[in-house]
Design a protein around this ligand. Sequence first.
Ligand SMILES: Nc1nc2c(ncn2[C@@H]2O[C@H](COP(=O)(O)OP(=O)(O)OP(=O)(O)O)[C@@H](O)[C@H]2O)c(=O)[nH]1
Ligand SMILES: [Mg+2]
Length: 357
Amino acid sequence: MSLFQRLKKRMAGEAAEEEAKQGAKESGENEQGRQEERRASLSSRFREGLAKTRSSFSEAMNELFAQYREVNEDFFEELEEILISSDVGVETVMEIIDELRNESLLKNIRTTEKLTPLITEKMAEKLDRTGEDSKLNMNPDGMTVMLFVGVNGVGKTTTIGKMAHQMKAEGKKVVLAAGDTFRAGAIEQLEGWGERAGVDVIKQQAGSDPAAVIYDAIKSAKSRQADVLLCDTAGRLQNKVNLMNELAKVKRVITREIPEAPHEVLLVLDATTGQNAMSQAKTFREATEVSGIILTKLDGTAKGGIVMAIRNELNIPVKMVGLGEKLDDLQPFEAEDFVYGLFKDMIEQAPADAEDR
Ligand SMILES: Nc1nc2c(ncn2[C@@H]2O[C@H](COP(=O)(O)OP(=O)(O)OP(=O)(O)O)[C@@H](O)[C@H]2O)c(=O)[nH]1
Ligand SMILES: [Mg+2]
């Protein structure tokens, strides 16, 4: 089944799910009803989080499709512009447009209407190109250590709070390490998240050596038999050599204590910074081994296309996305969910025969 058909099915399925949910409510809230409700609320959160991107994207696409009924060179040029202005990334856009051009010739697609499924499929393909696993790497026997890195204000501490909440809900014992000893108020901020999530925070006083804090945290977390240790770090500018060296030191300390750790080095990027996020990723990748990206504030941008640039041009998996400021606004990244969130309106409007292309 093509992706487009799957997405259309899903849309019908969700309508049915909504009905089932209603039914379950009326028949007195059984367990199945509650599960369905939870699933529906997760996927609707993804859709809500992408609302800004979707509305500006669909608006531009609707205008484009209204203007062009026939597939021609001008159409491709304008499509190219829309994608670039959604921050999809020039390299990725070029690939998409070239492939669309070739395939529309090959498949003899002449009307823009019939091109919609191909566009959604191309975009999903770019998101899924490496087929990479977006699952977090967990230590199967023993404590998992995750290190969070990134520039100032991208959402490292907030993401740690959200993740602690989720992991605790899954029944894991989580401990947080207050490795940002640099910024005023950073330790208290992490403690606040610790309280909200109901997990312990290991700290030292402000200004102490972050490597020492992390060392201490590993010992304490081990003795508490924690399943997961999430380590906060100070936001660092890409060009501050000292801070970058400090990060390398923190990582060495972790590896000395647990040879296969850190199990994840998660680079947190702010989606609202667009192409700047790309250059941050490149610099961090040079300074330290980044195992995954967490893209925050997707809810705050109309240029969610940045996910595609990151996925397609960096070769680092996007493991999770932040869709808001609340505890449960962190979601695993699923290419299909993303494309669905982005194209919902267009899929709805696509002609019925577009799906059996
Ligand atoms: N809308 C939205 N806001 C977010 C998201 N994630 C984080 N934020 C907000 O971004 C701001 C910065 O978040 P922090 O977690 O303090 O960022 P940080 O990377 O730890 O910053 P430093 O410690 O200064 O380096 C806060 O106001 C958060 O509420 C998100 O997914 N969506
Ligand atoms: Mg912080």
